[in-house]
Design a protein around this ligand. Structure first.
Ligand code: SFD
Ligand code: AMP
Length: 659
C-alpha cells in the first residue's frame, strides 16, 4: 500500500550490516566490504548489506562541493610522525593507536582515488605519472597534496556504488534512531528512518551497523544570518546524527568538548590552507603586522604546545583573536605580497597560471568564495581579503577530535621497555579500555563508526575518512562472522517508533486550522524557529562568536536551563511536509549533540583549546589534572549524561615535537 502524508507505508528489512551515511567514510566501507563478504561466503556465511544516505551519494556530505587538496597523504613519511602531528594540533590529547593506524593505511585510499580518475597535481617532469609509480605530488604542506577536485565526491561515490551495487543502496532516507537489542541493552539491533521523498518509513534490523553520518553543523548561530542563510563552512546537512544516535544507543563518547573554529576567508568561508602552505601567504592585522610574529610570546603561556615547530590550529586562532579583541582588525590574508613574491621569478604565463590556481582553490571546493571575490571586485594579486574565525563546528575528521570512543587496532600499542630499546619494532598491546577486539567498534556491541564519528583522533580529512571506513568494514564482517547465529530483536515496538517519528506531522495536522497563518500557531513551533533558538542559546552562553568564544560555569548553568525548555518545546515541532520532518529530526540530533558539547565543557575545568573556546573561570591549561580524555555516557531513560575522565597515554614519544 502506498503511504500518504500522516499515514506512511512501513517498510521492514532484515540485513546483516547497515551503513548509515554516504559520505567519505561510508564510501570507503562500501568499496572495501565486497572482498570480505566473499571471504565470508566461502565459509558458508552469506551476509546481506545495505547503505542508506539521507541525500544522493554523488553530492552528499562534506565533499559535496569538491575539494582542492587531499590533506592526508603520507608518502615516504612515518605514520608515527603523523600521529605526533595529530597530537600536537589537538593539544596533546589524542589516541596514538588510532592515528598511527590511520597513517599507515591512508595512502592506499589516495592511490585508489587516482586510479578512479581523480587528477592529482604532480611536480614538473612527473606529470601523468601516478603516485604508485613514483609520481611526485605537489605538496601544499607536509601532509597535504593538491588536486583538481571539483568532482572528487562523484568519483569516490561511483566506485562505492560499483563496489556495493546500486541494489544495496537506498538514497534519500534519513535515519532517526538506532534501536537496541531486546535481549541485550548494550547491543544494537536496528535503525529506523524515513524517506524524504515518499511517505515511507524504513525499519532495518541488523547484526552490525556503521554509523557514519558526519559531524555537526549549525548548532551555533552562524556569522552569516539572513543574507547568507544556509551558508556555513562544514556541510549544513550534517546535523550531529552520528553523535546523537550513538549517545542514545548508549555508546561512550569522547572529547565532545572539542570543537573546530576554522579561520576562513570572510563571508564565503573559503579555505586558507593553500594560501598559507602553498602560496606562503601571511595573515596580517589592519596595520599590516604579522600577528603570528608580534604575538608570539603568547605561545609561552601554553607549554609544551606553545613550543612546537607548528603551533596548533587553536593557538594560531588565539594569536589572531588578540588583534580582534584589542581593536586592530580587520584581519587580512596578504594575498598581494604572497603572489607578488612568487611572481618575482616567474614568466608572465606562469604568473597567469598562478592566479588561475588561486581562483581554482575556491572553485574546486567553495564556489561561494569565488562569488564573493567576483562580487566585491577582489583580484587577489591586487587586493587583500578579510579573514575571520567562524562559528564553532563539531567534527572528528578535520582539525577537531570530538566523537565516539572506539576499539583500536590489535597490533599497535604501548611499548614495553625492551620494545622501546628496539625502535624499529611496532609494540603490540594497548592501555586497558582501548581495545575490545574489533577496530572501530564503539562500546555498544555491533555499533561501529569511522571518520567524523571516531573521536580523539582528528586530521584524517577526506582520504583518512575513506580509509577508516574501509577498516571498519573489514572489522564489521568479522564481527558478523563471529556472531553468525545471533538473531537481533528490536527492543522497541515498530508501532511506537513510527508514532514517535511522525509526531511533528501529527502536531501539524491536528492543529493547523487553529490559526489562519500557517507559521503562527499556539500549538506548534516550526523547525526553523526552534533551530534559531538553539543557535542563540549556544552562541550566547556556550562560547559562540557573540562572546568571542568565552563562557564560564554560570553561563552554562543558564544554557542548561534554556536547553531543558528547548527540549520540552521540541516535542511541539511541526512538520507541514517531509522536508520539515527532516528539519525537525535534524534539530533533535543537533540538540542532543549541543547538550553533549556543553556537558563536556562544563566537566573539563580548564581551557584546553584557547582560540577555539575559553572557560574564563579556568582560563589556562592544566596538564596535571586535565591531560586526560573526557568521556561520557548518555542514559536515554533518565535523559542524563555521565561525564568521566579516562587516562591519556602517549604511545608515540612526543618529545621530538618540542625540540
Ligand atoms: O580545505 C545521513 N575536508 C577536507 N578534506 C581534505 O582531505 N581536503 C580538504 O581540502 C578538506 N577541506 C574541507 C573539508 C570539508 C569541507 C566541508 C570543506 C573543506 C568546506 C574534510 C572532509 O571532507 C571530511 O573529513 C570527510 O568528508 C568526513 O567524512 P564522513 O564520512 O565522516 O562525513 P561526510 O563525508 O560529511 O558524510 C556524511 C554522510 O552522512 C549522511 N547523513 N544519512 C542518513 N541518515 C542521517 N541521519 C544522516 N546524516 C547525515 C550525509 O548525507 C553524508 O552522506 S579544507 O577545509 O581543509
Ligand atoms: P584549511 O584550509 O585551513 O582547512 O587547511 C588545510 C590543511 O592545511 C590542514 O591540514 C591544516 O591543518 C593545514 N594548515 C592550514 N593553515 C595552516 C598554517 N597556518 N600552518 C600549518 N598548517 C596549516
Amino acid at each position: 500500500m502506498a503511504g500518504e502524508f500522516g499515514n506512511p507505508e512501513i517498510v521492514e528489512e532484515e540485513v546483516d550490516i547497515l551503513i548509515i551515511g554516504g559520505g567519505m567514510g561510508a564510501c570507503g566501507a562500501a568499496y572495501e566490504i565486497g572482498p570480505w563478504l566473499d571471504q565470508a561466503k566461502k565459509q558458508g556465511i552469506d551476509l546481506k548489506v545495505k547503505l542508506v544516505d539521507k541525500a544522493a551519494m554523488e553530492r552528499s556530505g562534506a565533499v559535496a562541493q569538491g575539494l582542492s587538496a587531499i590533506n592526508t597523504y603520507l608518502g615516504e613519511q612515518d605514520p608515527a610522525d603523523y600521529a605526533r602531528m595529530v597530537s600536537n594540533d589537538l593539544m596533546g590529547i589524542t589516541r596514538d593507536d588510532l592515528a598511527y593506524d590511520l597513517g599507515r593505511h591512508v595512502d592506499d585510499s589516495v592511490h585508489l582515488f587516482e586510479e578512479w580518475g581523480l587528477p592529482i597535481w604532480k611536480q614538473p617532469g612527473d606529470e601523468g605519472k601516478p603516485l604508485v609509480e613514483g609520481g611526485k605530488p605537489v605538496r601544499s604542506g607536509k601532509w597535504q597534496i593538491m588536486i583538481n577536485g571539483e568532482s572528487y565526491k562523484w568519483i569516490v561515490a561511483e566506485a562505492a556504488k560499483k563496489g556495493l551495487g546500486t541494489g544495496r543502496i537506498q538514497e534519500h532516507v534519513f535515519i532517526v534512531k538506532l534501536v537496541n537489542d531486546k535481549n541485550d541493552k548494550n547491543r544494537i539491533a536496528g535503525a529506523i528512518g524515513f524517506s524524504v521523498r515518499e511517505h515511507k518509513i524504513y525499519v532495518y534490523t541488523f547484526k552490525a551497523c556503521l554509523l557514519v553520518a558526519g559531524g555537526c553543523v549549525n548548532i551555533f548561530r552562524p556569522r552569516s544570518v539572513g543574507e547568507g542563510m544556509g551558508r556555513a563552512w562544514y556541510p549544513v546537512w550534517n546535523a550531529g546524527s552520528t553523535y546523537a544516535m550513538a549517545a542514545e544507543a548508549g555508546a561512550e563518547l569522547t572529547m565532545m568538548e572539542n570543537r573546530f573554529v576554522p579561520t576562513r576567508f570572510k563571508d564565503g568561508y573559503g579555505p586558507v590552507g593553500a594560501w598559507f602552505l602553498l602560496f606562503k601567504a601571511k595573515a596580517v592585522n589592519a596595520f599590516g603586522e604579522v600577528y603570528m610574529d608580534t604575538n608570539k610570546e603568547l605561545l609561552n603561556d601554553y607549554p609544551p604546545y606553545g613550543q612546537a615547530a607548528v603551533p596548533a590550529s587553536c593557538l594560531r586562532n588565539h594569536l589572531m583573536m588578540k588583534e580582534i579583541r584589542e581593536g586592530r582588525g580587520p584581519i587580512y590574508m596578504d594575498t598581494v605580497s604572497a603572489l607578488g613574491k612568487l611572481a618575482e621569478t616567474m614568466t608572465p604565463k606562469e604568473i597567469k597560471r598562478l592566479e588561475a590556481e588561486a581562483w581554482e582553490d575556491f572553485l574546486d571546493m567553495c564556489i561561494g568564495q569565488a562569488g564573493v571575490w567576483a562580487g566585491e571586485n577582489i583580484e587577489p594579486e591586487k587586493k587583500n581579503s578579510e579573514l575571520m574565525p567562524t562559528e564553532p563546528y563539531l567534527l572528528g575528521s578535520h582539525s577537531g577530535c570530538c566523537g565516539i570512543w572506539v576499539s583500536g587496532p590489535t597490533d599497535v600499542g604501548a611499548p614495553t621497555d625492551e620494545e622501546h630499546a628496539d625502535a624499529g619494532k611496532i609494540p603490540s598491546h594497548l592501555p586497558s579500555g582501548w581495545n575490545w577486539g574489533y577496530r572501530s567498534m564503539t562500546t555498544v556491541k555491533g555499533l561501529f563508526t569511522a571518520a567524523d564519528g571516531v573521536g580523539a583522533s582528528g586530521h584524517k580529512f577526506s582520504s583518512g575518512s575513506h580509509a577508516e571506513g574501509r577498516l571498519a568494514a573489514k572489522a564489521m564482517v568479522q564481527f558478523c562472522m563471529d556472531n553468525k547465529d545471533h538473531k537481533p530483536e528490536l527492543a522497541d515496538s515498530v508501532a511506537d517508533l513510527v508514532n514517535e517519528i511522525y509526531r511533528p506531522v501529527r502536531n501539524f495536522l491536528e492543529n493547523k486550522d487553529y490559526s489562519t497563518a500557517i507559521d503562527v500557531n499556539p500549538h506548534y513551533i516550526t523547525p526553523k524557529m526552534l533551530q534559531f533558538r538553539l543557535q542563540k542559546v549556544m552562541d550566547e552562553y556556550v562560547a559562540g562568536v557573540s562572546t568571542m568564544y568565552q563562557t564560564n560555569a554560570k553561563m552554562m548553568e543558564v544554557a542548561e536551563q534554556k536547553l531543558e525548555m528547548l527540549k520540552e518545546d521540541a516535542l511541539k515541532m511541526r512538520a507541514k511536509d517531509l522536508h520539515e520532518l527532516l528539519r525537525a529530526w535534524e534539530n533533535y540530533h543537533r540538540i542532543l549533540t549541543a547538550e553533549a558539547h556543553m556537558k563536556h565543557i562544563q566537566f573539563r575545568e580548564e581551557s584546553r583549546y584557547p582560540g577555539f573556546y575559553y572557560r574564563m573561570d579556568y582560563n589556562f591549561i592544566d596538564e596535571e589534572n586535565w591531560k586526560c580524555f573526557v568521556n561520557s555516557v548518555y542514559d536515554k531513560e533518565t535523559k542524563t549524561w555521565n561525564c568521566f575522565k579516562r587516562a591519556h597515554v602517549d604511545i608515540v614519544d612526543k618529545s621530538k615535537l618540542f625540540k
